[in-house]
Design a protein around this ligand. Structure first.
Ligand SMILES: NC(=O)c1ccc[n+]([C@@H]2O[C@H](COP(=O)([O-])OP(=O)(O)OC[C@H]3O[C@@H](n4cnc5c(N)ncnc54)[C@H](OP(=O)(O)O)[C@@H]3O)[C@@H](O)[C@H]2O)c1
Length: 263
């Protein structure tokens, strides 16, 4: 059991608190927005008067504020954070920025969750600074595992590529779904039928890829009969350059993530 403080109790904080609520942890939270405080209290968190009071109660502090709020928050709470493990979910805030404020040997974990965390199907990559002990590392992993899968990266720069894949990736799949729904309607299906067919197909394909020992490429080959309908569609995707489009889009997201980390 751990005492966990959430600084900021918005979307991602509520998702993580919700995931942890059945486990035997003590949750504390502060947020200036009454609706967020009420939501956190409903999940079972103790609401404090300010961030400092939340930090004092906790072994681990999770920064769940927007990235632009983090620098001031770190300056205000640096002394209280020094003795704790601090986990940041804020996009683009480097551990160097955090260690500069809190102290070079502080225990800091930077992670990048994604929006499916809101339905406990998230993917979170984590990076730990040398000040993080093995037990703190396990605790950070346990906390983020409450909203989905986790993995560790040993090079912080990899988080830019992670952001371009799993961070922004849900939107790529949503775009594919949107495009398929529009295509279904263009072929004469009504909107509700189109939506049902596309979303269940996306879910089924993701479940197959998740549960199978085969790579996605093999699963694609398995469902593509020579001369059939699937082959006709896949040849069209290929000839119009879909793999290259995906490669360029992911690269653009990775470059933008680097720019945001440096700004
Ligand atoms: N949502 C996701 O799926 C997701 C995924 C990956 C990473 N993240 C990261 O998670 C962080 C939070 O995102 P979110 O979507 O949860 O944002 P959010 O819903 O806006 O929640 C942030 C909350 O923090 C409050 N806040 C502002 N200043 C504060 C302070 N000094 N102390 C305590 N709370 C304060 C905000 O209040 P005000 O509205 O009044 O400012 C807001 O209620 C961001 O850094 C984002 O990069 C989110």
């Amino acid at each position: 059991m751990a005492s966990i403080a959430f600084l900021g109790a918005g979307n991602i904080a509520q998702a993580i608190m919700g995931g942890l609520s059945g486990d035997n942890h003590e949750l504390y939270a502060y947020d200036p927005v009454p609706a967020c405080r009420d939501a956190a209290a409903a999940i079972g968190a103790t609401i404090t008067e300010n961030n400092k009071d939340a930090i004092e109660q906790a072994d681990v502090v999770i920064l769940c504020v927007k990235p632009n709020v983090v620098p001031d928050l770190l300056v205000e709470e640096a002394a209280s954070l020094r003795e704790k493990m601090t986990i940041s979910v804020a996009a683009g805030i480097t551990t160097q920025t955090m260690l500069s404020a809190i102290g070079d040997s502080a225990a800091v974990v930077r992670c990048m969750p994604n929006t499916p965390a809101l339905v406990k199907a998230g993917m979170t990559a984590l990076f730990a600074t040398p000040g993080v002990s093995d037990s703190q590392r396990d605790l950070a992993q346990t906390i983020l595992s409450a909203v989905g899968k986790t993995l560790w990266v040993t090079d912080e720069n990899a988080l830019d590529a992670v952001t371009a894949i799993s961070g922004s990736g849900p939107a790529y799949f949503f775009l594919m779904m949107e495009s398929m729904i529009a295509a279904a309607e263009a072929e004469g299906l009504d909107a509700d039928t189109s939506r049902q067919l596309v979303i269940q197909t996306a879910l089924g394909a993701a479940n197959m890829a998740h549960s199978s020992d085969d790579e996605p490429a093999q699963l694609r080959i398995n469902v593509t009969s020579p001369g059939g309908t699937t082959q006709a569609a896949l040849e069209t995707f290929e000839s119009l350059g879909l793999p290259d489009i995906v490669r360029k889009a992911v690269n653009a997201a990775r470059v933008r993530s680097e720019e945001l980390s440096q700004s």
